[in-house]
Each structure stands twice: as C-alpha cells, then as structure tokens.
Design a binder for this molecule. Structure first.
Ligand SMILES: [Zn+2]
Length: 332
C-alpha cells in the first residue's frame, strides 16, 4: 500500500506514505510533512521519552516489586525492547444540558417492636450538565498494538507536557531516534468524532450510576483547542520457559501501563481448583433445590456462580480486546 515519491519538505529524505497518511514525520530531521487532509503542522506536539536503557531498568524494577515475578527472576530473559511514537488527537468539548434519572435504593425502618422492615424506593434526580470535557483518541485508523487504551488512561492522569515539533532542534531530534507512526485522521475527522464521543462520555457516566435514564438532553459544542500529540510507548518482550510475554511502558515516565504475565504453575492450579469448587458448590445447590424448598440452596447457587466467575476471570486475565476510533474522557 506504500506510495512512492514523497520527499521531506525540509531535508529531501524519502518518506514512507500510505493512502491514509495525513502527516508524515521525517525520520531524518523530524519535520512534520503535510500529505493530505485538514491539518496544521503547527499543532503537532511531542512528549519527550526515556531511552531504551531506562526502559530496561523500569522492567527489572517492576520484576523486583512483584511478588510472583521476583521468584521467577532467574528464568526471565528480555527478548526485545521496541519503542515508537504514535499520534493522538486531544481537544476540549463543552457539553451542556439536562439529565433526569432514577436510582433504586433500599429503605429500612424499625418499628416500635424493634422489627426492621425494608423496601425498595425509586429516587428521581435531575442534573444540570455544564462542563468542559478533555478528550483524547488515537489518530490512527487501526489500533494495532496492545496497551494503547492503557497508555491513554495514564496520559489523562499524568498529562505530560509536550513540545511543539516544529520548535525541536536537530540535537533534540537526534536523541529521539524512535519510529513515528503516521497520522491517519485529520483535524476535521477528529473533531467530528470528539463531538459525538463527548455525548457518550456523559451518557456512560449516568448509565453507570443510574438504574434508569428518564431524559437525556445534552448538547456538545464544537471541539476547541484540537491538537495532535505524539506519545512514546515502549514494549518489553520477555521469555519465561517457552512463552513470550510483554509489558507496555509509558515513555515519558516509565510507568508500566499493561502486561501479560506468566502465572506460576501452583497459582494457576489454585485458580482452576477455585473454578471447580464454584461449579461443585453451585451444582450441589441446584440438586438441593429439587428435593426441598429451603432458602439455603438459592444462596448456595449464588455463592457458587460467584466463586467460579471470580476465579474464571483470574485465569483469563491478560486477554483483552482493543477498540479503535474512540475518544476517551480525561480526568480533570
Ligand atoms: Zn526531513
């Protein structure tokens, strides 16, 4: 899918460009080349990164901190350390409107004889929404690497300062030496997705705290201060026994944002035993119900499914699915 013939405007070096590319940053001099779509290269910021050695150190520090990993330390080997910059759109959207919602709550009274009676009541609320949401989303069509969502979450908590890419001098650029992935979403597209997602951020907030949303009348203004931020992400691949695992680090502060991990054999056995125990307890509960009318069986089914769901989840830990083309709200 690569197109030939694109050269850097500043130094003339050849650029790798695909039909989706909006800006291509020259790997030799760091100049942001505008290829297509709506985009001002003035609005590209870059967040400084740690180097490869610092990332390797962050990896071993993490091993030392972790109870399970520390005991396998001798059997762990770093296979590869990969770092790159990926582009994200950041902007602010003002949202305003009304949300009416219902929450069911348990209300208890104690009567004169000392008996407590409980019943469920519905409480109705009406909120006025009026705030500025900071949003961030990937500027690439496909989110290929795992950990992107986790990196975004960490960015929104730490808000590292970026520098204007156009103001970076050659020395600073020379120290970066990391691949920069091309931007595939232009400003107009990013703004239109931000505009829609701002509403969803508010809707999700109410969906999680309300039992029912009765009225949702929230409007979003045009996104403000939209700019592109290049964020450094490092992945350390390591080997344990015959499998490869990885840890993703945020390049600006070396925080581990996501990891797949070998589970010690004894621990995995423990989780599986937990799952089986849950199924057995649940099964016993069902059998019991058939023969009698006790309250206990129902309780036992509840506990049983709870136990196996909990342990089952631990066994599956590390398997995640990434979404793409979504903007996330940042913490204020
Ligand atoms: Zn160049």
């Amino acid at each position: 899918m690569e197109e030939v013939g694109f050269k850097c405007e500043r130094c003339g070096a050849p650029l790798e460009v695909s039909p989706e590319t909006i800006i291509a940053i020259c790997p030799y001099c760091g100049f942001p080349n505008h290829i297509s779509g709506s985009m001002e290269t003035e609005k590209v910021y870059i967040v400084p990164t740690l180097d490869k050695n610092a990332v390797a150190k962050a990896f071993w520090d993490r091993v030392e901190r972790d109870f399970d990993l520390r005991r396998m330390k001798e059997k762990l080997d770093i296979v590869d350390i990969e770092g790159h910059y990926a582009p994200y759109w950041v902007g602010t959207v003002h949202v305003e409107g009304i949300v009416e919602y219902t929450v069911r709550e348990e209300e208890c009274h104690t009567d004169s004889k000392g008996n407590t009676h409980c019943h469920t009541v519905e409480r109705h609320y009406r909120d006025r929404v009026n705030e500025n949401l900071d949003l961030i989303g990937s500027a690439r069509r496909q989110v290929k690497s795992l950990g992107v969502e986790d990196l975004i979450r960490h960015y929104s908590k730490t808000k590292p300062r970026g520098k204007k890419l156009l103001e970076l001098d050659e020395d600073e650029w020379g120290r970066i030496k990391l691949e920069i992935l091309n931007t595939e979403m232009d400003e107009a597209q990013a703004k239109s997705i931000m505009h829609e997602d701002a509403i969803d951020v508010i809707r999700d907030r109410y969906s999680s705290k309300a039992d029912r949303i009765d009225r949702f009348d929230v409007r979003a203004d045009e996104p403000q201060n939209a700019h592109l931020v290049l964020l450094p992400m490092w992945t350390v691949y390591y080997k344990f026994e015959n499998s490869i695992f990885h840890v993703v680090f945020a390049g600006w502060d070396g925080k581990d944002v996501m990891a797949t991990e070998p589970m010690a054999a004894w621990r995995r056995a423990q989780y599986l035993a937990g799952t089986l125990l849950g199924i057995l307890v649940g099964g016993a509960g069902v059998a019991y119900t058939a023969g009698s009318g006790w309250v206990l069986p129902a309780f036992s089914i509840l506990i049983g499914t709870g136990i196996s769901a909990y342990f089952g989840r631990l066994v599956l830990e590390g398997q995640r699915i990434e979404r793409s083309g979504t903007f996330f709200g940042m913490r204020g």
